[in-house]
Design a binder for this molecule. Structure first.
Ligand code: URA
Length: 239
């Protein structure tokens, strides 16, 4: 990987910032001052800035607390979108959201430039659990309805019936449930709930595998994933 890109990807400033550091002879590779920003480095090289050794990160992993009324997209001409919450120094690093949350769904969204991890989290083949907290209107779901949903509904709200995989439902309060899905069909939770004649009032994703948002998380906050969180996601997806 190019030195300037590696430093910039690892959070040491924009590409221009790091080029300027290199020009000022503040960057060393294996103890030697470098002047060429395009120099190729590998995992084995030790890079320092002003004598402080750096941690080069090839891939980046974030979690985002998606607010209501935000599109799961990195840019959009008309609507507020996830890209609006990404700081300038992280633009152009090919970050993208893993899967989609509806415009009105809030909560946990993973954002990364690790395409393979992203694929494995979203592909039904890997059965990665995603947990949604759902508040709905109408009479509470009966135990028969919950059992039917858990066994795997067939939705008939479109021309072609859609078979859902089994899911798990935990009743939290009268009109509040946590649903664990192992796939991600379009508007799956909303359609599942409306299959029983009820309507989702609020939908928040609270967990993906072992990843949760901090308890006091404020919508719109972007968090860097800890090495432990990254390792746990990689290990559950077999990477
Ligand atoms: N299910 C939905 O209906 N919407 C979401 O945003 C996520 C899951």
């Amino acid at each position: 990987m190019r030195l300037d890109r590696a430093l910039s990807n690892s959070g040491y400033g924009t590409r221009n910032d790091v080029r300027s550091l290199i020009k000022k002879r503040k960057v060393t590779v294996n103890g030697e001052v470098v002047s060429d920003p395009s120099m190729h480095i590998s995992d084995k090289d030790t890079i320092s800035i002003e004598g402080m050794s750096t941690l080069i990160k090839d891939k980046l992993y974030y979690i985002f607390d998606k607010p209501d009324e935000v599109l799961t997209a990195m840019e959009d001409k008309r609507y507020s979108n996830v890209g609006d919450f990404i700081p300038a120094e992280l633009k152009n690093l090919k970050l993208s959201p893993v899967g989609r949350l509806d415009y009105h769904t809030t909560g946990l969204l993973i954002i990364t430039n690790d395409g393979e991890l992203s694929h494995r989290i979203t592909s039904p083949k890997y059965e990665i659990p995603k947990i949604y907290e759902v508040i709905y209107s109408g009479s509470p779901l009966s135990s028969d309805e919950i059992e039917e949903a858990e066994e795997g509904l067939t939705l008939t709200d479109t021309d072609t019936p859609v078979k859902l995989r089994p899911c798990k439902i935990e009743v939290i309060e009268q009109n509040k449930i946590n649903i664990t899905l192992f796939e991600g069909k379009t508007h799956e939770v909303r359609r599942l709930v409306s299959h029983f004649g009820k309507e989702v009032i609020s939908l928040r994703r609270i967990r993906i595998a072992d990843i949760v948002l901090p308890e006091d998380s404020a919508p719109g906050t972007l968090y860097e994933m800890s090495p432990e969180q990254i390792d746990s996601l990689k290990s559950i997806t077999g990477l």
